[in-house]
Design a protein around this ligand. Structure first.
Ligand code: RP5
Length: 175
């Protein structure tokens, strides 16, 4: 029996079945190696969602040229979101936001003054250059916010986020 050519809608259906999961890449930056114990939580959370990430120590103060170079080339290098944690006079997230159009999530690190200094330095960005700031040492939430941003255009990731929230509710109700 002669086979008829496939219709456009059948082609589309086949394409939908063979579609691959989207590849995302998130940058996890920190101002010092001493921030690593906090910032590692962001990486672990992203891994739960199967999201690739690259971790780097870059200081707005000690390595300003490298920090600016990273921010300037981040989008071209495939990053979609930048998470930046720093303590004390925390400028790393602000510098990333100044030199990149990617969404930047700042994590204030409690390196001194219970983290109040870095909280204010990170959250109080002047109008025009925003940094989405999470709680002091809130690296896990920074990752979850990155997931929410990436899920806007990724139904599979959105499903994972819904499942994460459902599990969270179950755990909470279980006491
Ligand atoms: C900030 O100063 C870093 O992000 C870190 O939280 C804090 C202390 O840095 P180190 O003295 O450990 O290099 O720039």
């Amino acid at each position: 029996m002669a086979t008829r050519p496939s219709t456009a809608s059948e082609d589309l259906a086949t394409e939908a079945v063979t579609v691959r999961p989207m590849n995302h890449k998130v940058a996890i930056l920190m101002g010092s190696g001493s921030d690593r114990p906090v910032m590692e939580k962001a990486g672990k959370m992203l891994e739960q969602f199967g999201i690739d990430h690259e971790t780097k120590v870059l200081s707005a103060h000690k390595t300003p040229d490298q920090a600016i170079e990273f921010a300037t080339s981040a989008a071209d290098n495939g990053f979609e979101v930048i998470i930046a944690g720093a303590g004390k006079a925390a400028h790393l997230a602000g510098v990333m936001a100044a030199k990149s159009l990617l969404p930047v999530i700042g994590v204030p690190i409690s390196a001194s003054l219970d983290g109040m200094d870095s909280l204010l330095a990170t959250v109080q960005m002047p109008t025009g250059i925003p940094v989405a700031t999470v709680a002091i040492d809130g690296a896990s939430n920074a990752a979850l916010l990155a997931v929410a941003i990436l899920a806007l255009n990724d139904p599979d990731l959105r499903e994972k986020l819904e499942q994460y929230r459902a599990d969270l509710a179950d755990k909470t109700l279980a006491g």
